[in-house]
Design a protein around this ligand. Structure first.
Ligand code: GLA
Length: 382
């Protein structure tokens, strides 16, 4: 072999092995869900942060405290990435005062009237953490516990499993509840949430996710220009304290009608009793469902960035909360002051106060049954 041939061969081999190494590294990175520390609770319990990514540059950060999504970066119509969720730069922010930013909610998302319910003849008293009612699982709901986390190997995107065992009697609820939530960020630009739970005594369960979105990613003064479509002909009107009356009311002819896309700000301050009672949109819409499968629940378009958020779910309802209680007293990520109606939530769920409303779809879970729901948030831009 001539010297030239030999050196050509050597160079070819070197290039080939470099390419192989890069490929291995690439697939490793694709498999990997990065983990780092996010600090410690006052009692020393460590909190970890996981980063999930997909093939199209979407990146989601999740902490083990509350299963909170602290950051979610998606591209706008020009491909510019921006963080579309509200939250804090550090753990202390979440510990000090957070209106459930980004958190997993349980055992019972939304309100239980008069902080009690009766199951099989026994009345359970719950903490009153919202006037006379129980909101989002009580004083220390699932948003304030540290979840066990484990990245799951998936072919398509990346996934994180979060598990938590809630003790019998925790926050007044009966039964040991074993909860598993899987967040998957897939290459179809979907954040899929699969919830499962089992119990050893009859209990009530209603799990949800409380991310606050602003699809303008910092470029808009509030959320009022977002155009919202809700696949719901009816909603559950509320009385004082935001407890449903039990009625399913038609949205037609009211400012609650989002069956055609409407800007959040178009009618939010109308002189309509439901809006006056809640200080804006903060209601459960009854989804138009055909069967128990996934239904498109909501589509939100932010006109300046072009970002679109679509929500599909197996759940029968969705709470559209317009961030009415944000009042500028919270400063979040990067020094951003969260003014009134800066972010909005789309919390897929069973209807509020179902344990006290026999006519609503049941939230009772019995031993031997598995609670199973799925919600997908899909991101795009137009
Ligand atoms: C839910 C409720 C709202 C409010 C927020 C948290 O979305 O429906 O009324 O309590 O949580 O501030």
């Amino acid at each position: 072999m001539t010297r030239t041939l030999k050196s050509i061969l050597a160079v070819t081999l070197a290039v080939a092995s470099l390419a192989l190494a890069a490929q291995a590294q690439g697939s490793k990175q694709k498999m990997k869900t990065g983990k780092e520390s996010f600090g410690k609770l006052p009692d020393g319990t460590p909190v970890d942060l996981y980063t999930l990514t997909n093939a199209n540059g979407i990146e989601m950060k999740v902490i083990t405290y509350g299963g909170i999504v602290t950051s979610l970066k998606t591209p706008d119509r020009s491909g510019q990435s921006g963080d579309i969720v509200l939250g804090f730069d550090n753990l202390q922010g979440y510990l000090d005062k957070s209106p459930y930013f980004g958190a997993l909610i349980g055992r019972y998302g939304n309100r239980i009237g008069n902080a009690q319910f009766t199951l099989n003849g026994k009345t359970y008293q719950l903490p009153k953490n919202d006037g006379d009612n129980t909101l989002h699982g009580g004083v220390k709901g699932f948003d304030k516990v540290v979840w066990n986390a484990r990245p799951l190997p998936v072919k398509n995107g990346s996934a994180l499993e979060l598990t938590y065992v809630s003790k019998d009697g925790e926050e007044g609820f009966p039964g040991t509840l074993t909860v598993r939530v899987v967040y998957t960020l897939n290459d179809q630009n979907e954040w899929r949430i699969d919830y499962t739970a089992t119990t050893d005594k009859p209990t009530v369960v209603n799990l949800t996710q409380h991310s606050y979105f602003n699809l303008a990613a910092g470029a808009a003064p509030n959320n009022l220009a977002h155009e919202v479509y809700l696949n719901a002909d009816r909603f559950t009107p509320v009385a004082k304290g935001l407890i449903p009356t039990g009625e399913l009311k038609a949205v037609k002819g009211t400012p609650m009608d989002f069956t055609k896309p409407m800007a959040i700000g178009a009618h939010i301050d109308d002189n309509y009793d439901q809006l006056q009672l809640a200080g804006g949109y903060d209601h459960n819409w009854v989804l138009n469902k055909t069967g128990n499968g996934m239904t498109l629940a909501a589509r939100v378009v932010e006109p300046t960035s072009g970002r679109v958020l679509e929500v599909s779910t197996t759940e029968p309802g969705i709470q559209f909360y317009a961030g009415n209680f944000l009042d500028g007293t919270i400063t979040g990520k990067g020094g951003k002051v969260y003014v009134k109606r800066y972010g909005f939530c789309l919390e897929t769920q069973h209807y509020p106060d179902s344990p006290n409303k026999p006519s609503f779809p049941t939230t009772t879970l019995k031993p031997g049954q598995t609670y199973k729901t799925t919600t997908v948030y899909k991101f795009s831009a137009k």
